[in-house]
Design a protein around this ligand. Sequence first.
Ligand SMILES: Cc1ncc(C[n+]2csc(CCOP(=O)(O)OP(=O)(O)O)c2C)c(N)n1
Ligand SMILES: [Mg+2]
Length: 545
Amino acid sequence: MPKGSDVLILALENEGVEQIFGVPGEENLHVVESLRTSKIKLILTRHEQSAAFVAATHGRLTGRPGVCMSTLGPGALNLTTGAAYAYLGAMPMVMITGQKAIMTAKQARFQIVDVIASMRPLTKMARQIVSPASIPAIVRDAFRVAMEERPGPVHLELPEDVAGEETENFAVVPPHPIELPVAPSQALDRAAEMILKAQRPLVMLGAASSRPKLVEPLSSFVRRTRLPFFNTQMGKGSVTGGSNLYMGTAALSSGDYVHRAVDHADLIIAIGHDTVEKPAFIMGPMGPQVIHVACTPATVEQVYFPHAEVIGDIGASLALLADRIEGKLRPDAAFLGLRGEILERIRDRAEEERFPMTPQRIVRDVRKAMPEDGIVCLDNGMYKIWFARNYRTHVANTLLLDNALATMGAGLPSAMMAALLYPKRRVLAVCGDGGFMMNSQEMETAVRLGLNLVVLILEDYAYGMIRWKQAVDSFPDWGLTFGNPDFVRYAESYGAIGHRVKRADDLVATVEGAFKDTGVHLIAVPIDYAENTRVFVEELKGQVP
Ligand SMILES: Cc1ncc(C[n+]2csc(CCOP(=O)(O)OP(=O)(O)O)c2C)c(N)n1
Ligand SMILES: [Mg+2]
């Protein structure tokens, strides 16, 4: 007779789950046994945190929840950073954790912490499963909640005795497609009127515009309206083509070159903006009008308080909005001039020969080595600002970065998921020497899975971003440097291939060579962060309000 864990796995198969990432404990052994004979693969990671980052990235790239698993207490708590990453980043994910038996307590309180309570503020839903018969409905609900707008993580706790209990009466609940309602015509008419009245409308693509299903409708909106656009960090690359309308990426909140376009605009159409992101521009009483286009109403913030909202399915609503304004807009010639200036500034020093290398040159060289559909996955550090600002994307979701939780340690795990999903595309993780070491143990997982993956480590022997902020705030340079392992030998000890870049001119060829070969490659390149202060403080000074 099937037991609770068998029902769980059947319910997961019913959702189309193909793999579960994680680290089992003894409380998960029924689940492990049920997995053994199922179609679902169990992929061990070397830390629960990275399992959650991997699973969240599955959700981010496919719109379908990734699944991760851990034991009770310590394992479950290791998932929490990944939960927060998916929660702030709006990535669908289902986390399944074990627990001691709930009908007996043979080990008293050993290893027991209230995992549900810990997960509640980090998830859309956190529930304990108390009977095998309830599993099909709970799992269906978990996937529905995780996927529906605004997407995010869900946590299910399966106690050992419930997992082992036999059951006869159960039936999985078949999933069905759900379409969201379209924005009401009053809202569309009002927005169209505002856009047609405006002299200098500008589109901002925010985090939610990167949802995989929006690629086509967004690109079509930009093509039909020919409105100039800029994007937030997480809205980067959400439009395929339309690059002659791209005004830049707001990696800073104000005072950067792209903000010349923002300051020039009298109306901003913010598509899919999510205020979890560090603001891409700061609204004030004198600034442009803002229309918020999204699946869910805007949160009202000190720095974001839209004047009108178009709430509904983004793709379908934008098509109706385009019907109302297409062909009636007068393009503003000044945007074109501004665009040239902004992009020219961004290209500055991309040719620099200096070694250790400048961030601008590294970004340019990575772009050279990556085909248009190649995917770059960033960890968190100073270089994120440079990549967000300077890296040009031409295909949707080809620069994955986290401007929501902005946690260190997710670069390698997110790249592993991208490599698993798209084995034919080039996938590059870009990490600082700090962030890489937070989950570098997953090099073993990547090698074991036979992934084709290149990891670029930018070496400054420091928590560079914090060290830079320390200098900007006039604190003495203290306490933020460290030593590194020899990254080439470190890579080799995992069975990967290590490289060290010794001159600026070698970077492109080294990345190229690593991709032409197969397997996991690690490339260490020394970075010179003197440009942080020269550009972000000195050059932009006077423009920063
Ligand atoms: C888990 C976590 N811990 C601390 C921070 C704060 N933090 C942001 S960037 C950074 C330094 C990153 O150092 P590194 O990865 O070497 O990148 P670099 O800035 O030196 O290029 C730190 C400590 C964070 N965002 N996440
Ligand atoms: Mg560093």
